[in-house]
Write a protein that binds this ligand. Sequence first.
Ligand code: DGI
Ligand code: FE
Ligand code: FE
Length: 192
Amino acid sequence: MDRDKALRIVKKQLTEKRYVHTIGVMETAIELADRFHVDRDKAELAAIFHDYAKFRNKEEMRQCIIDQKMPHDLLLHHEELWHAPVGAYLVKKEVGISDEEILEAIRCHTSGKINMSQLDKVIYVADYIEPNRDFPGVEVVRDSAKTSLDIAVVQAMKNTILFLLTRNQPIYPNTFHAYNDMMMKVKERKLQ
Ligand code: DGI
Ligand code: FE
Ligand code: FE
């Protein structure tokens, strides 16, 4: 699917602000894909559709998680996490994208997971550092992303977990698993 068609489809699902964020993620994801030798067409499509389900109603998402037998523990955690797996499902069903690598990058873009692919990491980091983002510490992650995708992922995960801790929010197990997995990989590499 070409970029213009994809953007036309996703625009209908989003608010103006979220659409601007999506364009930022798309441009950043393409930049990262080129820098780290990831398929730029897949990065573009995954970025365009990563927040496809962001504005779906909570009950529809809950039902989708149950009907599609997605991990049940999602329902115990904040609904902010739901738009990622539900988005992957809807992008396949409603938009007709069937590339599993793209769908997986959408599926894990909020929590991360163990053994993220390079494409998963590109989308995770692009979502975090796109130019409209203004989190505390985002500049450090932007800087790291110039040289190491893995270090950028770890830093973004660390910031997200710290943010959730300060808000007294429970943390979804995959968020911790993803952080541990990436941190160990980054450390192992340093020791070599
Ligand atoms: O959809 P976006 O706003 O572009 O970004 P996102 O999909 O990365 O994250 C949406 C929100 O999800 C963000 O405010 C942080 C939150 N989040 C990420 N991991 C966890 C989480 N919230 C909880 N409660 N637990 C998590 O593990
Ligand atoms: Fe999201
Ligand atoms: Fe996003």
